[in-house]
Ligand binder design. Structure first.
Ligand code: HEM
Length: 210
């Protein structure tokens, strides 16, 4: 009985990890790149980026299968993992342990931010045709308010941290980095990747203020 629960947890844990990398992690990279095109101005962003994506065939199905369902599973199982965690960092205040808890805390914060972000963007495009026609203008208005800019900045940095730190831990989970040296090296690689993604995301945020 307990062996079958362990087996189930093992499979779900691997699935959770895999889904965090792709499609969710891959989508986050694509999303930041797509939005960095706000730097090219309202017309380009509304017509080429938003118009191009909205014109894709089977878009609702793609969004459901590649984004909504995987994210719901990753967030749902992430909450189970957090709920069943132990208070280890109080006893072992090492870097790896801090990373372990920061991964969980950033996951919770990203969940809150994503709900807000979805409400302010995807939901508004469904409710209001004016927002659908000019998403750049809508984001410009939103991000011109300091509280919203601060919230988006925090949401961006936390999401990027969660993905970069997650890449580091996933390499251990999948047995790619087994020695301390390999883990130190992959720590630098994920730091570089995280810094590049943060810069890309920041570029996009600034583009909406232009
Ligand atoms: C931008 C969206 C997200 C991306 C790209 C993402 C990506 C990842 C990645 C790559 C990992 C590493 C998997 C591993 O260690 O094997 C991970 C771990 C984790 N994620 Fe997410 N995630 C996202 C959102 C969330 C949300 C909304 C939650 C909700 C609580 C969450 C909770 C967790 C937890 C708890 C872990 C650690 C799992 C463990 O160590 O067992 N994630 N995530």
């Amino acid at each position: 009985m307990s062996a079958s629960i362990d087996n189930r947890h093992f499979v779900l844990r691997r699935l959770h990890s895999l889904i965090g990398l792709a499609p969710i992690g891959a989508f986050l990279v694509f999303h930041l790149w797509a939005n960095s095109q706000s730097r090219l101005g309202p017309e380009h962003y509304n017509l080429a980026v938003v118009g191009g994506l909205q014109g894709l065939n089977y878009l609702p199905l793609i969004e459901l299968l590649l984004i909504a369902l995987p994210l719901a599973f990753h967030a749902g199982y992430g909450l189970v993992v957090i709920h069943s965690g132990r208070a280890e960092p109080l006893r072992y205040p090492y870097l790896a342990n801090r990373r372990y808890w920061l991964q969980r805390l950033s996951g919770l914060a990203v969940l809150g931010f994503l709900l807000f972000h979805l409400w302010m963007t995807r939901a508004q495009t469904l409710i209001d045709p004016m927002v659908r026609a000019d998403l750049y203008g809508h984001m410009h208005g939103l991000l011109s308010q300091p509280w919203a800019l601060g919230l988006y900045l925090a949401g961006l940095l936390l999401s990027v941290f969660h993905l970069a730190n997650g890449l580091w831990s996933a390499a251990i989970v999948w047995g790619l980095t087994t020695t301390p040296r390999a883990q130190r090296l992959s720590g630098w690689v994920s730091l570089g990747l995280g810094a590049s993604l943060a810069a890309l995301g920041l570029h996009g945020l600034l583009g909406f203020l232009g």
